[in-house]
Write a new protein. Structure first.
Length: 97
């Protein structure tokens, strides 16, 4: 999986709003992968916890699909995480695991 920094190098003519969407999706994906690996769970095991297939988890982790909010919350909950909204200024310095 490419990191956001690698993806950003290839993005030149995308509108700013779309860039933000891509950045947020990449952040979610990286956070999910990191936490899943920290917990030593396979994609299939995580999928079983949230009633999704291994391939669906892979699509979320590879940012080939952006999950609905309820799906994202279920995945976060299964990983012991929570989805939190913060002010933009605070978001630049906040990483929550």
């Amino acid at each position: 999986m490419k990191s956001w920094e690698e993806m950003a190098q290839h993005i030149t003519s995308i509108p700013q709003e779309r860039k933000l969407e891509i950045e947020v999706a990449a952040y979610f994906a990286e956070s999910i992968v990191a936490r899943r690996k920290q917990l030593k769970l396979t994609q299939a095991e995580l999928g079983a916890k949230v009633n999704m297939s291994q391939s669906q988890i892979a699509q979320v982790e590879n940012s080939t699909t952006v999950p609905r909010l309820d799906t994202l919350i279920a995945i976060a909950n299964a990983l012991g995480l929570q989805v939190t909204l913060v002010e933009k200024e605070q978001a630049a310095t906040t990483v929550t695991f």
